[in-house]
Write a protein that binds this ligand. Structure first.
Ligand code: TRP
Length: 454
């Protein structure tokens, strides 16, 4: 059994939890969750999403960490080694390649949206020091930003540079600091926003929208979206958590850390929803009106009313950029680790290649809001199409393969050793049969509805 990785190791159990939580908590919780919940009618969508976290997300979270820690290399090479050891076909490496491609696609648009949050953070900073105009009409401000390909490209580029900086210069130091100090601070700001939301008079209505299921809203595409969100928000299905698992010390209990990460991520998403929807409703916005601009067009309305709203808005958007940053790092790490293993490139050069490529791909998202806004792929804008293919289709396929690999290819002896040798039989068997049968079957059923079979 390999006890360390050539790419470095997390210094402790806590370091892994922070890094994996840093990966999971990001724009997926605070930007994507509210806006797709809005587009999918609220309550029923949220409940199906929570169900997917439990029945699909958790077993796959354990599986990814198990495969990563056993392999101790980039996902592609870990899977190759483990397949060889098990005398299984090397075709399983396809899972690693699929992950790298999904990672590129997600990173490309993720960085553009993270660029929006940077832009807002700096806009509030400028206003605070008296150098910028206040946001009086958030809808118009947001539209103006999207219309400017130059602005979008700049912020997208800045964010990509920040990300490559950390990946190139060593994951542990920069990352651990960002997640131990800045992420808890973002959580505090979310709680303050929650307090504000509770006082708007629309809190009850928001709770109803988020948790009272209207089952007539349920449809095949809606379930696909809910499952895609479960994968996206937990960073699963593209071997990112697997990569982090490769740097996890051998004595750490995988079920415990995996569950901690999943619970923290879910709590942050729910609090974000409970904080944002009262604001949306109280300012007269239809909670079902959706759109990727939801938080950017609604939250500034509240910030313009709150005491210290400008400083608060600045802190909120800058800290959200930090949360996005710790997530983007995990999108870049699998491809970088693979390039380091497979080529002569140094870590720095490998990370730069990955970033340059993802940045270029991101230009397609940038242009989808302005010069290419007419382009439609199956009725979706370029960004929506990229998001859909990567998050709702590729991540579940990656997750399906991950579960099958951990459940059927790895021996029970190996998985038990990695998960927790002292685990009671019933708990191990529950994980095993979920991973072997239940989780893959659920994913297949949901994906089948994509093909119009159901
Ligand atoms: N989970 C992150 C978020 O919610 C995004 C992310 C990071 C991700 N790494 C990933 C999504 C890997 C899918 C796969 O913002």
């Amino acid at each position: 059994m390999q006890t360390s990785s050539i790419h470095g190791m997390w210094s402790s159990r806590l370091a892994f939890i922070l890094a994996a939580t840093g990966s999971a908590v990001g724009l997926g919780n605070i930007w994507r969750f509210p806006y797709i919940t809005s587009e999918n009618g609220g309550g029923a969508f949220v409940l199906i999403y929570l169900l997917c976290i439990l029945a699909v997300g958790l077993p796959i979270m354990f599986s990814e960490i198990v495969i990563g820690r056993r392999g101790r290399m980039s996902p592609i090479n870990s899977i190759r080694e483990l397949s060889d050891d098990a005398k299984a076909t090397r075709a399983w490496m396809g899972l690693g390649f699929l992950g790298v491609i999904a990672g590129f696609i997600i990173l490309s648009f993720y960085s553009v949206v993270a660029g929006w949050t940077l832009h807002y953070g700096f806009a509030y900073l400028k206003e605070l020091v008296g150098m910028g105009a206040p946001i009086t009409d958030p809808g118009e401000t947001f539209e103006n930003l999207l219309a400017s390909a130059g602005e979008l490209t700049f912020w997208h580029g800045l964010f990509m540079l920040m990300t490559v900086g950390v990946v190139a210069f060593g994951v542990e130091k920069g990352l651990e600091r960002a997640v131990t100090i800045l992420m808890p601070l973002l959580f505090v700001l979310l709680l303050i926003l929650l307090g504000y939301g509770m006082n708007t008079g629309s809190f009850q209505e928001a709770v109803g929208f988020l948790f009272r299921p209207d089952w007539s809203q349920v449809s095949g595409p809606m379930i696909v979206t809910a499952m895609g969100q479960a994968f996206f928000t937990l960073s699963l299905g593209m071997c990112a958590i697997m990569t982090y698992g490769a740097y996890l010390p051998s004595d750490v209990n995988i079920p415990k850390v995996g569950t901690t990460v999943a619970i923290s991520d879910t709590v942050v998403a729910l609090i974000a929803g409970l904080a944002i929807f009262p604001i949306v409703i109280s300012f007269g916005i239809d909670p079902g009106s959706g759109g990727a601009g939801l938080i950017f067009t609604s939250l500034p309305l509240a910030f313009s009313e709150m005491p210290f709203g400008i400083a608060y808005g600045m802190a909120f958007f800058l800290l959200l950029s930090v949360a996005a940053w710790t997530s983007a790092i995990s999108l870049m790490e699998p491809a970088t680790a693979y390039l380091v293993e497979a080529t002569d490139l140094s870590r720095k050069a490998a990370a730069l290649c990955v970033a340059a490529f993802a940045w270029m791909l991101g230009l397609a998202t940038v242009f989808s809001f302005n010069i290419w806004s007419e382009v439609s792929i199956g009725g979706k804008s370029i960004m929506d199409a990229l998001d859909y293919v990567a998050a709702d289709v590729m991540l579940p396929i990656g997750g399906l393969l991950t579960a099958l690999f951990a459940g059927w290819v790895l021996s029970k002896k190996i998985t038990r050793e990695e998960l927790d040798e002292k685990m009671p039989d019933w708990a191990f068997n529950a994980w095993l049969w979920l991973t072997r049968i239940v989780t893959p079957a659920l994913i297949l059923v949901v994906l089948a509805s994509l093909l119009g079979i159901l």
